[in-house]
Write a protein that binds this ligand. Sequence first.
Ligand code: GTP
Ligand code: MG
Length: 195
Amino acid sequence: MQVNNVSMNLSAVSSKQYPDDGYPEIALLGRSNVGKSSLINTLINRKSFARTSSTPGKTQTLNFYNIEDQLYLVDVPGYGFAKVSKKQREEFGAMIEEYLTTRKVLKGVIILTDGRHAPSDDDVSMYQYVSYYHIPTLIVSTKMDKVKKNQWNKSSSQILKTMQINQTDDLQMFSAETKYGKDQVWDWIESKMSN
Ligand code: GTP
Ligand code: MG
C-alpha cells in the first residue's frame, strides 16, 4: 500500500475504547522488545511514529494506527516481560485476550519472533492461541540484519518446526534496519483486508 497518511487515532485498554469506524484491523503480537513498533514504523515509512525503545515494555496499551482511512494496524503490549508486576501482566493478558477473542474487524495477526533465537515458549503458545480462534496469522522473523545469510535457512526451518507451521508462506523473514520483507508483509496484510 502507498502510505502517505497515518494517524494514531486512539489507545485503548478495553473494548469500549476501540475505534468504531469499521476499518479492518491487523494486530502485532510478540515478546517485549522483539520489534513490533519498529515493524509498524517500517510499514508506514516513518522512523519513530510508533514509539520504540531499547527498554522492553514500551507499549502498554492497544494503539490503533489509522492507515489512509483503510486499515488499522494495532500495536499490542509485548508478552513475557518479567519486569512488570504479576498483576500488570495479568491485566495485559486480559486486555489482549479480550481484543483477540471479541474483535469482529480483526482480519489477522502478525506474530513477531526474534530471528537470532529459537522461538520462545511464549511465541509457541501465542501461535497456538490464535490458531485455536482461527485468526489468520503471519509469523515474522525479525532482526534478520543480525543473522548471517548462510544461517537463514536453518533459522527458518527451526521456526517452522518449533511453531509447527504448515504453510511456508505463513513465515516471512524481516528487518526493520534494512526493510527486508516489507513488501511481502504488506502483500500479506492486503490479502487479509478484504476477507
Ligand atoms: P515493546 O513495546 O516493549 O513490547 O517492544 P516492541 O516489540 O515494540 O519493540 P521496539 O519496536 O520498540 O524495538 C525494540 C528494540 O529493538 C529497539 O531498540 C529497536 O531499535 C530494535 N529493533 C527492532 N527491530 C529491529 C530490527 O529489525 N533490527 C535490529 N537490529 N534492531 C531492531
Ligand atoms: Mg512497542
